[in-house]
Write a protein that binds this ligand. Structure first.
Ligand code: 0WK
Ligand code: BGC
Ligand code: BGC
Length: 924
């Protein structure tokens, strides 16, 4: 046995354990003691190595790599946001394991930002050793019993009290109220608990005890409680550091870096079970024989090696082992020991803290040693204090190296070298030891000088923090319930969708028969899709979508070539005098002709006019009403081709031959039909929405002929204007409709199309803010502004990762500050609104293709739908949801959705080309 380590008991010294002869001289003694204590010195290089190794293990564990098993566990806690101080209410907190061999029950009243701070009431119950080592059921019954005793003393009404369970052992948490114990630490060894959900065990015990109605809302580890208990004025703290009997830390990590979570849900508190850190290379050199001896005599040899060098449960024992060794080597207490000194655990943290307390002085040290049955000499005092300091200094420095590893992790994940961060500290080693925090700070400065770290002691051992987590969880649960209640009307089931399909088919039939129906089913005089023999140059106009386009379309044997220009229609013009609007259209055509060298050429022109028009012929369309934010005067009831021709006339020296007016759905169908002759349906889901399809002429009242087909513009945007969709419409939809320039009209469109989805989302966000579910209930002017929440935001927010960064950017762009919970809720609202829109659109398409199938008496129909529109094309999930709904509601139709590449301008040109071809073909 080397001279610098613990010796076996009893084979050295006299009856009272004192040596027979000649202790070394005091100077030698001091050097020999110094040599012994040298072992506890950890160099900066060793600390750096420990830091690096710990950081490596942390990142390995975060990435979910298990081979080899990481030396530390990184356990997500499901706590996603640091408190924002608005938490309110009364909460019961049960602490098990945070305070060692005792259970602590607290009553915490949170008063939000306004209220004054209310001191928690608490009571501590010592756990009998046999309960700490006995059956788990007994331990949880003991805890439930403590709860009952504590609450009996309080004037609690019988309302159900939210309880936060602080359980401070390594656990796999699978939810805010579900946590599986991995292994006991800190002297606990109850049976039948490891591998169990400790929340369920507590709930069962509370039930067995018949304790007053307590609702275990959340399970929290003491480090999380410490971090969450951080005074919001001083914090927020993003690291929780606990050195009590055990030691551990937690910090806020980006969820996308936590493999088991695997999604970008903002940040989550991850607790680091670093007590088990034991990298031989890094830690081996600093482990002393005293550490090995302590480990061997512990309940869990080989486990929690790092904790056994830092935790308050072990510091006293380490000091004791060194004192015994030094005494038995005659370097202390005259070589005398005492039964107390020789008995494990006789030197506690409190003793060490007292003996190191500079203000306590020699007297206190002597008193402690005498209580241990020793008769120390004055010279022993200084040596004993040095032993204490050696052990605790090492502990503080090792703890600092571990903290520096977290700082390194955050510097990395936040790409912030000069990290500024607040650390909440808790635990008796911090509270009781005079210099532990100071040593730790000093060492952190050494290891991470670039970081600005502030240390904020937790005020009441994390109890308040656990209550805050419980409050946050309760708030989140309430928010979830309120969110569900708000969004449930948007979650349409198959039955509701099938009902929409049937109602639409009925409205189609009525409209075709010319009966009263919200679907006008307008004949378009387009009887066939192009057959590929069309040729020539054509001008096309495309008005009614996001952009107004003028196109030159060259149809040749080799295909179709398009050149186009985009022009804007200012809102003022769209809502101004009709004459001004059509003059502007002609101005754009002239500008286009000049740019493309077409001046003086009178090319046949096809006009895509995406508004409801009763067509009296291919080149005659009476505008029935405006939609989509247009309301130009003196147009409704007019033939828009005539209006265009008048504008051309007003602009002398312009020759234009307007041949056809088509709806954008028809243009889209024709454009896709040019490549795919099965394309017999046109669908637009953009600013507005609508569909057309090839109907049997015999079914179209008011149009001569009963053979062949005609394309019908359904104007399905107006579906439900007769109230049929009333059941589906929510008060948010009613608000959007009420605020629109055409209230009561285009109800189906207002549930589906791009002009309105953003508005619907905005109204829901305002509603949820009023309920306090969002943005901490802070109403903001910005969101009140009409049209502020663009529909394109839905596409951006719902496009998978990094969803939440996008949500933040967008809402911060609107001047809103938000938490990650807010971001998640906003995304869920967007998903609910767009999903409903896509499903309703799918129900509409299902009605149309089923109509065609029934028209043709087919068992199975194969058909293509030509689609255009920004929402359908750009939203990440919209098209897939539409297609899935059609597959579900029209299983006997094999439907291909073909996105139009060139827009409906090409379609308008093709309709014009067909008209020109037919005009040249002599009628037989
Ligand atoms: C592009 C078509 C145009 C149609 C538009 C609809 O060429 O005729 O009106 O799509 O989509 P929006 O631009 O309204 O999103
Ligand atoms: C436990 C941790 C706990 C820490 C401080 C450790 O022994 O494993 O879960 O947070 O002690 O109480
Ligand atoms: C119009 C339709 C058009 C659709 C898509 C609706 O508002 O009434 O004619 O097809 O928008 O642009």
């Amino acid at each position: 046995m080397d001279s610098n380590g613990p010796a076996g008991l009893g084979h050295r010294g006299g009856a009272s354990g004192c040596p027979l002869e000649g202790s070394p001289q005091s100077s030698d003694r001091s050097n020999l003691v110094q040599t012994c204590l040298q072992q506890f010195t950890v160099t900066v290089a060793q600390l750096q190595q420990i830091r690096t190794s710990l950081l490596g293990s942390m990142e390995q564990a975060l990435m979910g790599q298990n081979d080899p098993a990481p030396a530390v566990r990184m356990l997500p806690t499901y706590v996603g946001s640091t408190p924002h101080g608005t938490e309110q209410g009364d909460f019961v907190v049960l602490e098990l394991g945070a305070t060692g061999a005792s259970v602590r029950v607290l009553w915490v009243t949170l008063t939000g930002t306004e209220g004054h701070r209310v001191e928690p009431r608490s009571q501590e119950f010592v756990i009998p050793p046999e309960v700490m080592l006995g059956p788990g059921k007994q331990l949880f019954d003991f805890a439930a019993c403590c709860l009952t005793k504590f609450l009996e003393a309080l004037p609690v009404s019988n309302q159900c009290l939210p309880l936060g369970f602080s359980f401070s052992f390594p656990c796999h948490q699978t939810g805010l109220d579900r946590s599986i114990l991995i292994s006991w630490t800190k002297g606990f060894r109850c049976s039948d608990v490891e591998g169990q959900d400790v929340v369920q065990l507590l709930r069962d015990a509370i039930e067995r005890q018949g304790a007053p109605s307590l609702n275990v809302v959340a399970v929290v580890n003491d480090t999380v409680g410490t971090m969450m208990g951080c005074d919001p004025e001083l914090g927020p703290c993003e690291i929780g550091l606990l050195v009590d009997l055990g030691t551990k830390a937690c910090y806020m990590e980006e969820t996308k870096h936590v493999a088991v979570l695997g999604e970008d849900l903002g940040s989550v508190c991850v607790s680091i079970e670093w007590g088990s850190f034991c990298d031989d290379e890094a830690l081996g050199p600093v482990l002393t024989s005293f550490d090995h001896a302590l480990d061997q005599e512990s309940l869990d040899p080989g486990a929690q090696r790092f904790e056994k060098m830092i935790g308050g449960l072990h510091l006293g024992e380490l000091v004791r082992l060194v004192l015994v060794d030094l005494a038995q080597r005659g370097l202390l207490f005259g070589g005398c020991t005492s039964p107390a000194l020789l008995s494990q655990g006789s030197v506690a943290l409190e003793h060490v803290a007292e003996m190191e307390d500079p203000s306590a002085g020699t007297a206190r040290v002597l008193a402690v040693l005498q209580n241990l049955g020793l008769s120390p000499e004055a010279s022993d005092v200084e040596l004993v204090q040095r032993v204490c300091a050696a052990v605790t200094t090492r502990a503080a420095r090792l703890c600092a190296a571990a903290l520096a590893a977290i700082l390194g992790r955050l510097q990395h994940s936040r790409e912030e070298h000069a990290l500024q961060i607040a650390v909440a500290t808790g635990g008796r080693v911090f509270e009781r030891h005079p210099s532990f925090l100071g040593l730790l700070k000093e060492t952190v400065m050494l290891l991470a000088p670039e970081c600005g770290v502030s240390f904020i002691p937790s005020v009441d051992g994390g109890g308040r923090g656990v209550a805050v987590v419980t409050a946050v969880v309760t708030r989140l649960a309430t928010n979830r319930r309120l969110l569900e209640e708000t969004l449930v009307p948007f979650r349409l089931d198959r039955e509701q969708l099938a009902a929409v399909q049937v109602q639409m088919q009925e409205a189609m039939a009525k409209g075709l028969r010319g009966e009263a129906s919200s679907l006008r089913m307008l004949p378009t005089y387009v009887r066939a899709v192009p057959d590929g023999s069309e040729r020539g140059d054509f001008l096309a106009l495309d008005l009614g979508g996001t952009n107004f386009r003028v196109l030159l379309v060259r149809v040749a044997a080799t295909g179709v070539q398009i050149t186009s220009e985009v022009y804007t229609i200012p809102e003022l013009m769209a809502q101004g005098p009709g004459q001004q609007l059509f003059d502007h259209i002609v101005d754009c055509i002239v500008d286009f002709q000049q740019k493309k060298g077409l001046v003086g050429q009178s090319l046949p022109l096809g006009f895509t006019f995406s508004f409801p028009c009763r067509q009296l012929g291919l080149d005659q369309g009476i505008l029935l009403n405006w939609t989509k934010g247009f309301s130009a005067s003196d147009c409704v009831g007019q033939d828009v081709v005539a209006l265009l021709r008048e504008a051309i006339r007003r602009r002398q020296a312009v020759e234009l031959n307007v041949v056809a007016i088509v709806n954008d759905t028809v243009g889209t169908m024709m454009s896709c039909g040019y490549k795919d002759p099965r394309c017999e349906v046109g669908l637009i889901v953009g600013t507005g929405t609508n569909a057309c399809y090839m109907e049997e002429l015999q079914n179209v009242a008011g149009v001569d002929g009963d053979s062949g087909h005609m394309c019908i513009n359904m104007e399905w945007g107006a579906f439900g204007d007769d109230g049929t969709l009333g059941v589906l419409s929510t008060h948010f939809d009613a608000s959007v409709d009420g605020a629109s320039i055409n209230p009561g009209r285009q109800r189906f469109e207002k549930l589906i199309s791009g002009m309105y989805l953003g508005e619907i989302v905005c109204h829901i966000l305002l509603h949820l803010t009023r309920l306090g579910v969002l943005f901490q209930g802070q109403q903001t002017q910005q969101l009140q502004a009409r049209g502020i929440f663009k529909t394109k935001f839905l596409s951006q927010i719902e496009s998978d990762s990094p969803a939440l960064r996008k949500v933040r950017d967008i809402l911060q762009g609107l001047g809103l500050s938000l938490t990650s919970d807010d971001a998640l809720i906003v995304r869920e609202v967007c998903q609910a609104v767009s999903r409903r829109a896509a499903q309703l659109c799918g129900a509409g398409v299902a009605a149309v293709v089923e109509k065609i199938r029934e028209n043709r008496g087919l068992e199975e129909l194969t058909v293509t739908v030509g689609v255009d529109g920004t929402l359908y094309k750009l939203h990440p999930h919209f098209s897939r949801l539409v297609e899935a709904t059609v597959r579900d509601l029209a299983p006997r139709c094999k439907v291909t959705f073909r996105q139009s590449e060139d827009g409906s301008g090409k379609g308008a040109a093709l309709v014009t080309a067909v008209a020109c071809r037919l005009a040249q073909t002599p009628r037989i």
